[in-house]
Design a protein around this ligand. Structure first.
Ligand SMILES: [Ca+2]
Length: 313
């Protein structure tokens, strides 16, 4: 049985990345976010955006988002956590602005936007931001990279709380833990803590600072830094809807995991010296301090290690 969806409906142009900079995939990583305001799934086969046809088989869910990407592969690399469908259409968005039309399969204009005045003001122009629609107009996104597949960051934020308890390796409470939370390319924040509790809490703004699909990294350590933990987790739509997520953390001793020597090899001319640098890393890939590294030469008639440079750390 073939399900037939309506072929027209209340779909809007909701966000535009018309001049991405290198950090967000470069000039060809242009994309447009569509939003379906209707309560039914709509079939976009034969629709047009920017004068280009949307391919067969493209649908948009009720109250759902769809990304029109000039280069779907590049888009997926830059936005690995995007949680809606992405369809490739050979759009070419003018950096100086243009009028964009969204037409249904009968050729009716369903929505349009002329972003020339925003481009003239350099809003969302090669600065890592997008143009996002709010209730009445368009604004530059608050969030770096924009909010593909998500509620626009210029709309009133809701709060998203990350909290939990931190324990030492032996499961006793680690009071006053240092907890840093990082959202790559977006920001890093220190959680609230207190000297008489092992509880930590951070409140972020959704979607300006965190949204579904983001990978957050939590760096935790004891107050004296002797025990650490690094945890990463992917924020789901359910987490965002819930408004909070609880993550308890158990610390552990840093362990020497790897020593990297730079350069890895070198040709040294007779009677000259060459400097090598060794860096120790723990189990989380962080540089490990306080490690003594001893250098030796297996053939001292060929080369010797300078006693002036015994330990680089
Ligand atoms: Ca959006």
């Amino acid at each position: 049985m073939r399900i037939k969806y309506p072929t027209t409906g209340n779909v809007s142009i909701n966000e535009i990345m018309y001049a991405p900079n290198e950090e967000w995939g470069g000039q060809y990583n242009e994309w447009i976010e569509l939003y379906n305001k209707d309560d039914k799934t709509i079939n976009l086969a034969g629709w047009e955006i920017d004068g280009k046809e949307i391919p067969d088989g493209t649908i948009i869910q009720p109250q759902g988002y769809l990304i029109i990407a000039r280069n779907d592969t590049s888009f997926a690399e830059i936005y690995p956590g995007a949680v809606c469908s992405v369809v490739k259409v050979s759009i070419e968005l003018n950096n100086d602005g243009e009028e964009l039309f969204l037409k249904d399969s009968a050729g009716n204009v369903v929505d349009s936007v002329n972003y020339t005045s925003y481009a003239n003001k350099k809003l969302g122009k090669k600065n890592g931001k997008t143009l996002e629609r709010n209730e009445t107009a368009w604004e530059e996104s608050i969030r770096n990279g924009g909010t593909p597949c998500q509620r626009n960051s210029v709309l009133p934020p809701t709060s998203f709380v990350i909290n939990g308890y931190v324990f030492y390796e032996d499961n006793t409470a680690c009071n006053n833990p240092a907890v840093k939370i990082t959202n790559d390319k977006i920001g890093e924040w220190f959680a609230e803590n207190s000297t008489d509790s092992n509880y930590y809490m951070l409140t972020l703004k959704s979607t300006a600072e965190v949204m579904a699909g983001d990978t957050l990294r939590i760096d935790a350590s004891s107050p004296d830094g002797t025990q650490i933990n690094v945890t990463t987790f992917v924020v789901t739509q359910a987490d965002i809807d819930e408004g909070s997520v609880q993550i308890n953390i158990t610390l552990e001793q840093p362990k020497l995991n790897e020593i990297k020597v730079t350069p890895q090899s070198a040709v040294v001319t007779v009677n000259t010296t060459k400097e090598f640098i060794a860096t120790a890393y723990d189990q989380y890939g962080n540089p490990l301090e306080g490690v003594f590294i001893y250098w030796t030469s297996t053939n001292k008639t060929v080369g010797t290690v300078s006693p002036a440079l015994p330990n680089m750390l």
